[in-house]
Design a protein around this ligand. Structure first.
Ligand code: HEM
Length: 160
């Protein structure tokens, strides 16, 4: 694994970093740019429809990058023998962060799907509740976790 990594290091680290950029950057853009703009839409039904649609596109976009991030992380864990090194705890912390972010994403996908069904049924109160949880808590949690993982990544790249 170590020889494979040495040969393809640039592309592996690039794929790892670009995946983090798309996943974490996508959520930041959604929360601070797109969401604020959707709130300007006057009709509650249209507003919820726009939010649900934008989240659907974001989630579809990030799924491949979530997987690429994990695959490149596994390659680097093995190549750097992180589990046997003094950086083991930080590597476990990053694995934990990835896991919580992925579970959180999965629950957000389920909630969004539910919200879309509620919008179609005309239950705007239920749909608003589901989408509000995503925007107010679940996306910010993933942004904070993602930024922490990027910080540990920067520490790794300057120490490994
Ligand atoms: C799943 C467990 C993870 C492991 C084992 C891991 C491991 C690593 C390692 C070893 C590096 C240093 C690469 C090098 O310079 O040779 C790195 C860098 C990086 N990681 Fe991760 N990572 C994981 C998850 C994540 C997650 C969840 C994110 C963000 C969502 C992330 C974002 C980054 C970034 C942005 C860098 C580059 C930092 C820089 O070059 O300054 N990583 N990671």
């Amino acid at each position: 694994m170590s020889e494979f990594f040495t040969e393809y290091k640039t592309i592996i680290v690039f794929l790892h970093v670009i995946s983090a950029v798309v996943w974490v950057g996508g959520m930041i853009a959604m929360k601070f740019a797109a969401h604020a703009s959707f709130m300007e839409v006057e009709s509650p039904q249209k507003r919820l429809q726009r939010v649900a649609h934008a989240l659907k596109r974001l989630f579809f976009l990030v799924i491949p990058f979530v997987i690429i991030l994990l695959v490149t992380a596994i390659i680097m864990t093995k190549a750097y023998s992180l589990s046997q090194s003094e950086y083991a705890m930080l590597a476990y912390a990053k694995e934990g962060i990835w896991s919580v972010m992925a579970i959180n994403l999965f629950i957000m996908i389920l909630r969004r799907n539910r919200a879309e069904k509620l919008i179609d049924k005309g239950d705007m109160v239920g749909a608003k509740f589901s989408l509000e949880l995503i925007g107010k808590y679940m996306v910010p949690v993933n942004i904070i976790l993602g930024v922490s993982a990027i910080f540990i990544g920067s520490y790794f790249s300057s120490n490994l």
